[in-house]
Each structure stands twice: as C-alpha cells, then as structure tokens.
Design a protein around this ligand. Structure first.
Ligand code: ADE
Length: 331
C-alpha cells in the first residue's frame, strides 16, 4: 500500500470540498457531544440511515445524557431500541453509558475502543468525529470506495485489506478529521453506491478513480462467496386469554433479553383452538426463520408466561420485528 499514499493524498481535498457542498442534513450532524456521537454510531452500525433518523432523535429525547441512559433499566433501553435490530448494541450502549457517567468520556482511541460495543470501525468514527483525532473508520462503504479508487483486486473480506486501508488513510488524514471520516462514508452512501451502477458523474474522484477510468466500477470490491443462512422452522403461538397474551423473555443468544411469543422448532404441540394461522419469514444475518403463527384462545393463564394486554405490550415489552406479522393480531 505504501506506494498508494501519495495517490490517496490527492483524493483528500476534492472529497472534503464535495462533502461540504453535498452532505445530507442528518439529525446527528447538528449538535454533537461525544455521547450523541456514541449513540448515533452504535445505532448506525448495520442499520440504514433512513431507519435511524427519527429513532435517534427519539432516543436522545428519552435519554439526553449518558447519566440518563445509565440510570435506565435494560428493559427500558431495549424498548427504546425496539425494531432497530442487533439488540446487543442497546445493551452495550447502556453499559457504556454507565462507564461514561462514572468516569467521564474517554479521550483516547484506546479508551473509546474499550467501551462495550465499540469495535475498530466505531472507535475510529467516534474519535475522529467527537474528539477530532486522525483515526480512520473503515466499514463496508469505505472498503468499496477505496477498492474502486485503487481498482484493488484483493478480496476485501477478512482483515488484511481493512488494515491496509486503515493504515493508508491514517497517513493522509487532514486536520478536519471528523469531516473527512463522514465524507468517506457519505461518498459511499450517496455516490459510490453498492448494488447497481454508482453515480460517477457526481463523484469528486471521477478523474482519479482507477475503476471508473477503466470502466470497471462494478468489478469492485472483490468479495468471496457468501455462506448460506441456516434455515429454522418455527411454530409461533400467540396465546390469548381474555384480553391478555402470553409472552416469554428470550435467554442468551439471538435477540437475548427481548420478549417473544412462545415458540417451538419442529412439530407443533396441540394447545387449544386455533383462531387464525399464517406464515411469515424473517431474515437475520446468519439465520432465516420460517414461521407458522397460530392465534390460539386458551382458558387459563399458564403461569410459565407473562400475560399482558396489547396496550401493555405496545408500551413496555420490547418484541422484535421478527414477530411483526403476529403482533398484528393483538387487539
Ligand atoms: N454511518 C455510520 N456512521 C455514520 C455517520 N456519522 N453519518 C452517516 N452515516 C453513517
């Protein structure tokens, strides 16, 4: 990568100028504190900007400071995160808030990286945006734009290319560190897009980009084969007793700590009178649930479940979107 640093350096100024003219008006770009940057960066991990916009504003209204978040229960925080997915982020954010409330916000990359839920990418983003440090944040977007800029034939999966790009970026970071980090992300989000033709005419790198100059934008990034998802068949029981419904809390693993309808893999036991039945699918990163849901009227509130009304479920129990097709049945 050494020989590329001079080349990469020529790409910095045009990108910053483009960003200042073209950046989107996003809520987390208004007033920023280290805490709000932490919240936005954790929320934006693996989640689309459009899905985060309003939720970020609501979350900060509810938990305006690290102290406020540190004082909340895990259930409250999971409820505020409902529908955003990857719920360990919410649990980690609450743990991080407790550390920050007790010790203050860390001032170094090592300190930020040690916060729960903060990996290399997020530490780079937070440190550059919140603290002005020259710390690169290389995610899938940055891998894509740099692999195109360099017309790099290396497979970007794994850590080698990520490390090489981080090192190259670290060598060219301008004093406007936060702006540069966000400019790289922004270019990947609105110009050098994945899945379909990038908008090269609008790109500040159109005269530099080796992939574009060769007409090969869509050949990059080079990736390996994706592993197939594991398919899980689930029977989901929405048990109704009067105006209450049965919920149970998930244990460790996928969607840990969230509330769900009782469910079983494989053959469904006979429980009561089925009022409604439908199928639904939910795709996670590594697993796909193929669900058959049953709305069943029962006579007694089995004590192994928590029984709650539709209103109580809406207000206080975080039920993952995977069950959305069945929460529609609640009245
Ligand atoms: N994705 C991750 N962090 C982001 C940010 N600060 N702005 C826009 N998209 C992002």
């Amino acid at each position: 990568m050494k020989q590329e640093i001079g080349f990469l350096k020529t790409a910095v100024k045009p990108l910053l100028e483009w960003y200042r003219e073209n950046k989107r008006d996003l809520p987390w770009r208004h007033e920023r504190t280290p805490y709000t940057v932490l919240v936005s960066e954790l929320m934006l991990q693996q989640t689309r900007v459009e899905a985060v916009r309003e939720r970020y504003v609501e979350f900060l209204r509810r938990f305006p400071t690290a102290e406020a978040l540190a004082a909340a229960s895990e259930d409250e925080v999971l409820k505020a995160w409902e529908g955003l997915g990857y719920y360990s982020r919410a649990r980690n954010l609450r743990k991080a808030a407790k550390i920050i409330a007790a010790e203050g916000f860390p001032r170094t990359w090592v300190g930020v990286r040690a916060l729960p839920g903060v990996g290399d990418y997020t530490a780079g983003a937070i440190c550059s945006v919140a603290l002005g440090l020259k710390t690169p944040a290389v995610d899938g977007n940055v891998l894509r734009i740099l692999s195109r800029l360099f017309a790099d034939e290396s497979n970007v999966d794994g850590t080698a290319v990520r490390k090489a790009y981080s090192a190259a970026l670290a060598a060219v970071y301008p004093p406007e560190a936060g702006e540069f980090t966000e400019a790289l992300m922004e270019l990947g989000a609105i110009v050098c897009v994945p899945g379909g033709a990038p908008l090269c005419n609008a790109c500040p790198w159109r005269k530099l980009c080796r992939a574009h100059l060769a007409g090969r934008e869509e050949d990059f990034p080079v990736r390996g084969e994706k592993k197939a998802r594991k398919i899980v068949e689930l029977n989901v029981f929405v048990l109704k007793c009067g105006n209450k419904y049965a919920l149970q809390k998930r244990g460790k693993g996928l969607l840990a700590g969230l509330w769900e309808f009782p469910n079983f893999e494989g053959d469904a036991p006979e429980i009561g009178k089925t009022l409604l039945k439908k199928t639904a699918k939910h795709v996670f990163t590594h697993i796909e649930w193929r669900m058959t849901g049953y709305l069943i009227e029962v006579e007694k509130e089995a004590p192994c479940y928590v029984w709650a009304t539709a209103e109580e479920i809406g207000k206080t129990y975080a039920v993952p979107s995977a069950f959305k097709a069945f929460t529609e049945w609640l009245r």
